[in-house]
Design a binder for this molecule. Sequence first.
Ligand code: ASP
Length: 324
Amino acid sequence: MKNFPLKLASALVLGVAMLGGTASAQYPERPVNMVVPFSAGGPTDTVARSLAEAMRPSLGETVVVENKGGAGGTIGVTQVARSKPDGHTILLMHIGFSTAQSLYKNPGYTSDSFDPIGLVLDVPMTIIARSDFPANDIKELVEYIKANPDKVSLANAGIGAASQLCGTMLTSAIGVDLLTVPYKGTGPAMNDLLGKQVDIMCDQTTNTSQHIKAGTVKAYAVTSKERVPTLPDLPTMQESGYDGFEVGIWHGMWAPKGTPQPVLDKLQAALKAGLADKAFQDRMAGLGANLLPDRANPEALTAHVNQQVPQWAELFKKAGIEPQ
Ligand code: ASP
């Protein structure tokens, strides 16, 4: 009887370890929820829905995309940070994961609220306008904005969104303040641009490519270093005389902090398998996205986030942008 507590303690430890082991071994036990912190029908959603399909065979379960937009993405990101860390809720987010950390005093999460799964892909931005906007090229666009700053509205997906970052880069390069119209994602923003209710927007090629090709929006430039092969007629901002105007929208995948390692391993394997899926590769290439299979691992995502968070914090500080 004397060593009963000790025996009980070790039995408990063993029991818990076995339970943990069993739960992880059976993962996933039900469909996996992939949270996209922006509206349905937008660029992040487009990537997520394709990737969800491509990850399914490896996971052996359906991946369901859940759109949780608002506050530049921080509402959805925070929701995942607070979810049960069992692998059944994961996050697909982009560069905003790092910028929001210095744009908000309290974004609701930090990089440490998550276990990284890996980088996914990188997407260029395009500067576009409603189809009947008076400017026909980037030079005319800048001239028009400078001459009519209080007539031009700029759509974005809220503070912390990629469209807000790129839009701010544009307005500060031109030296004007524009009326901004925030949405829960650039999906609904695009609908309003197509409906001619807003004037201009800076948005990912994963949302704009089809409209640029169809001529339902006007496009002026891409924000990548090189031209985008699928949109060869669009000049880069650098070519257009805006030195250093370069931004790529990297996307990553995370799980809530404390997710068991075997579960994380399965998710990482599924991400790798997804990126190797031919249909996914073709779809993304057609939308101008560059897959990052060599960096689809936790180490690469951690290193990238650790570089991006202080880089943006410093840039915003230099630009006099205060956290709100
Ligand atoms: N990528 C976001 C979306 O999917 C919008 C943004 O970041 O600007 O709607």
